[in-house]
Design a protein around this ligand. Structure first.
Ligand code: GDP
Ligand code: IMO
Ligand code: MG
Length: 426
């Protein structure tokens, strides 16, 4: 048995939540392996729209077990809100959820540190979601962090106070004003709730699942261009969003990875700061934002929009070892007569088709190819047979450029607006 990995290939928000929900009936376990409540994964079915932040996107299906892996960082306040909302919808979260004891906790002071750090950076800010992600991973790698397993330690409060004391010193250096007393009660309520959930040694749980022939899908958060090592550093998140993150974030040996399913939008978006070679800061960009409803699922911020960037996509395919692709939001491009795709960059006077070290505007200029638009509403399509020829050409062009088949084309936010191409790989 192998675990399949599903992850975003761009700057996040590719539509991972929708597709995980669509694919869940094929799996026994859905497991998040990194990130935290900076993620916002949207699902739509039966007229319900729901956004998940920490909880895996398989939670709405009756039998799948959903695991929050050791690579995830958990904010007990947001986690409790998510659980309360799911319970109101009749989802039996307590039975279907497992939490890794090695997952790190986001403290209220981590959120304050995130805000203080961003305020200090001024114009250079990362554009963080301000959920405390960076400071929590800093404490993890700095070996100061608090983990879910610590909650059962009788010295938990003492450990919490020690870490908070450190954070207060840093906040004082930033001269940052805050009221911690206001934030702590909700945090400890969340801790209380976590105590009552099923905690697991994630690595043991996952490997036992293999032995018992369970089918596992690892759900990525963010996207490859936000990866801490391979993204547009420093404008990235603080975890490994790439396929390798599924190994460290769940306790899976590399040889356990099976299919690597990479998701991309038919165009590009980015929320937050940092380079974005194909960005459209004009009426076309605005049209994509409006039609695509490109506003952050977590923060509500308008997303920056642009044409598809093939050098970046090919880089993500390479770094993840993507075995199949899923193209999202094809319906959003239906209005355009011509669709541009960036195939190369001009880089130091040379035309290149790979991602260089720095993709800032002073180093790269996108080179575009134009393809004909399909000018047809796709949202009611039920099969690829009725797909306009221009859309088929667009898909085949991307397949040829990336060398990877596109197995699913998404034509709307609902579960049902999903077109499958070809047989499911064994
Ligand atoms: P994620 O973070 O990768 O799960 O993606 P988000 O949920 O943040 O953003 C994707 C947005 O696009 C959500 O609002 C989805 O409901 C929506 N969406 C997903 N697939 C499609 C699609 O094929 N067409 C349209 N129009 N919307 C889609
Ligand atoms: P999903 O899983 C899009 C971006 C932020 C910021 C940078 C760092 O929904 O695709 P952080 O809060 O991690 O310190 O922010 O990363 N970012 C995302 N952008 N989708 C996400 O998640 C993101 N998570 C973080 O906007 O630029
Ligand atoms: Mg999102």
């Amino acid at each position: 048995m192998k675990a399949d990995v599903l992850l975003g290939l761009q700057w996040g928000d590719e539509g991972k939540g929708k597709i995980v929900d669509v694919l869940t009936p094929d799996y026994d376990i859905i497991a998040r392996f990194q990130g935290g409540p900076n993620a916002g994964h949207t699902l739509e079915f039966n007229g319900i729209k729901h956004v998940l932040h920490t909880i895996p996107s398989g939670i709405f299906h009756p039998t799948a077990i959903n695991v929050v892996g050791n690579g995830v960082v958990i904010d007990p306040v947001i986690f409790k809100k998510e659980i309360d909302a799911l319970q109101k919808m009749g989802v039996d979260v307590y039975t279907k959820l497992r939490i890794a004891t090695r997952a790190h906790l986001i403290l209220p002071t981590h959120r304050l540190l995130d805000a203080a750090s961003e305020a200090h950076k001024g114009l250079e800010k990362i554009g963080s979601t301000l959920k405390g992600i960076g400071p929590t991973y800093m404490d993890k790698t700095g070996r100061n962090g608090l983990r879910v397993g610590d909650i059962k330690n009788p010295r938990f409060r003492e450990k919490y106070d020690q870490l908070v004391a450190k954070h207060k010193e840093i906040l004082a250096a930033y001269q940052y004003q805050y009221n911690l007393e206001e934030l702590e009660p909700a945090w400890f309520e969340g801790i209380h709730l976590l105590q009552n959930l099923q905690m697991v040694e994630c690595e043991q749980y996952m490997n036992d699942a293999f032995r018992n022939k369970k089918k596992i899908l690892a759900e990525g958060a963010q996207g490859s261009m936000l990866d801490i090592d391979f993204g547009s550093y420093p404008f990235v998140t603080s975890s490994n969003t790439i396929c390798a993150g599924a190994c460290t974030g769940l306790g899976l040996a590399p040889g356990r990875i099976g299919r690597v399913i990479g998701i991309f939008k038919a165009y590009c978006t980015r929320v937050g700061s940092g380079p974005f070679p194909t960005e459209l800061e004009d009426a076309t960009g605005e049209q994509i934002r409006k039609t695509g409803n490109e506003f952050g699922s977590t923060t509500g911020r308008p997303r920056r929009t642009g044409w598809l960037d093939l050098p970046a996509l090919k880089f993500a395919v390479m770094i993840n070892g993507v075995t199949e692709l899923i193209m999202m939001k094809a319906d959003i491009l239906s209005e355009f007569d011509r669709i541009k795709v960036c195939t190369h960059y001009l880089h130091r006077g040379e035309q290149i088709d790979y991602l260089p070290y720095d993709i800032s505007p002073e180093f790269v200029t996108p080179v575009y190819t134009e393809l004909p638009g399909w000018k047809k509403d796709l949202t009611g399509l039920h099969s690829t047979d009725s797909m306009p020829a221009e859309l088929s050409s667009y898909i085949e062009f991307i397949e040829k450029q990336t060398g990877v088949p596109i197995r699913i084309v998404s034509v709307g936010p609902d579960r049902k607006q999903t077109l499958f191409r070809g047989a499911v790989p064994a």
